[in-house]
Design a protein around this ligand. Structure first.
Ligand SMILES: NC(=O)c1ccc[n+]([C@@H]2O[C@H](COP(=O)([O-])OP(=O)(O)OC[C@H]3O[C@@H](n4cnc5c(N)ncnc54)[C@H](O)[C@@H]3O)[C@@H](O)[C@H]2O)c1
Ligand SMILES: [Zn+2]
Ligand SMILES: [Zn+2]
Length: 379
């Protein structure tokens, strides 16, 4: 079958690889109809990780079940399903507590597994014609038959739940104000989720015009960080107080304000300034224990200069980590089915799989409005 294969920094190719096969009675094989490219894929694409050439990318997968293992009980051939990017067993200590992003059994020596991702276990990615799903009864979320709302549903694999998770970590409640740093797919989903949860005022901070425009279209207040300190701009619009809650949807690739160089701690420090005393921060943006591309020796070891003293002084709570997608995906699916959520506004491009190399290049450069790309392997 054809698949998106990592060749080395800034290069992916469409190559022929072996078709996946059932390896365990609770596996299914899914014929992938939609699979999205993620900001997290770019970390590997840019050569910032230990990802080896040859890895098949793709952790945001939706498709139709082609084949079921003999132990699968709740799924049948022909079912349309979307899979959390987390591969999880369903029975370990963390999974049973709802922390499926930190499964203890699928990826020995590490808490958490994912498809097509470095250090996240042996699970081949789904930017391909077919994908194998382990513990399928647990990991597949059934969708209505047909092809309706496919572009909304594929976002249930990662970014819609992840944006929602940012709100959960920040404990966003009705009537509160929220500052979201990052207007990429995760940031836009975080802002959208804040509104679903009844936030009164939502700010989105970025510098990319199309992204700020999308934020404005959904009713958020766009803040361009190249036009002055973001925390200051937000304080001016909240009576000098700052927001109740803050979400980091940028991660360690944060860019310094006013300059074009990376400053990995800048968003964390801006959030500490932006959020009012006793507020809370949700940090779904990715930080890593090692960053070969870090700007200094400490950053290379994943250690950043964050003003914890200021956070203490303000009594801020913080939460971070991978999204436990399964904790929210059923409820978010039902909001889509009932027409109360339409996250697909974030999707800028739908392309056949063969165009993945160009799509990666443009998405990486954030040009031509590339915000979120969905690939269709069978078109
Ligand atoms: N926790 C999880 O489970 C999870 C899941 C998916 C993605 N992520 C992470 O979430 C982050 C965002 O993902 P994405 O796909 O939206 O990525 P993205 O790269 O498309 O978006 C990040 C945005 O941040 C903006 N930005 C850069 N510096 C900034 C600054 N100083 N202030 C404000 N904005 C700034 C960029 O212009 C960009 O638009 C990434 O770190 C990704 O790895 C985490
Ligand atoms: Zn993703
Ligand atoms: Zn588990």
């Amino acid at each position: 079958m054809r698949a998106v294969v990592y060749k080395g920094p800034f290069e992916v190719a469409i190559e022929q690889v072996d078709n996946p096969r059932i390896q365990h009675p609770n596996d299914v094989i899914v014929r992938v109809t939609s699979t999205a490219i993620c900001g997290s894929d770019l970390h590997m694409y840019e050569g910032r990780t230990a990802a080896e050439p040859g890895i098949v990318f793709g952790h945001e997968n939706l498709g139709v079940i082609e084949e079921t293992g003999e132990g699968v009980t709740s799924l049948s051939r022909g079912d349309r399903v979307v899979m959390p990017f987390n591969v999880a067993c369903g029975f370990c200590k963390n999974c049973t507590a709802g922390f499926t992003g930190f499964c203890l059994t699928v990826n020995p020596g590490f808490a958490g597994g994912a498809y097509g991702y470095v250090a996240m276990g042996p699970f081949v990615g789904g930017q391909a014609e077919y994908v194998r799903v382990p513990y399928a009864d647990f990991n597949c979320l059934k969708l209505p038959e047909g092809t309706e709302k496919e572009t909304d549903f594929v976002l249930l694999a990662d970014i819609f739940p992840t944006g929602y998770h940012g709100n959960e970590l920040a404990d966003v409640r009705p009537g509160e104000s929220v500052a979201v740093y990052g207007g990429g797919p995760v940031g836009l989903m975080a802002a959208y989720s804040a509104m679903l949860r009844g936030a009164s005022k939502v700010f989105v901070v970025d510098r990319v015009a199309e992204r700020l425009q999308k934020a404005e279209e959904i009713g958020a207040v766009p803040i361009n960080f190249t036009e002055g300190d973001a925390a200051q701009q937000i304080k001016e619009q909240t009576g000098g107080e700052g927001t109740d809650k803050g979400i980091d949807a940028v991660g360690y690739q944060a860019v310094a304000h006013g300059e074009d160089r990376e400053e990995p701690a800048i968003v964390l420090n801006s959030l500490v300034e932006t959020v009012r005393p006793t507020g809370a921060l949700g940090i779904p943006g990715l930080y890593v224990p090692r960053d070969p591309g870090g700007p200094d020796e400490q950053a290379k070891q994943g250690m950043l200069l964050v003003s914890i003293g200021r956070a203490f002084e303000k009594g801020l709570r913080m939460g971070t980590g991978q999204c436990n997608v399964k904790r929210y995906n059923r409820q978010l699916r039902d909001l889509i089915i009932e027409g109360r959520a339409t996250p697909s506004f974030v999707v800028s491009h739908e392309l056949p799989l063969d165009q993945a190399p160009t799509a990666y290049e443009k998405f990486d450069k954030r040009v031509e409005g590339y915000t979120k790309v969905v690939l269709h392997p069978h078109e």
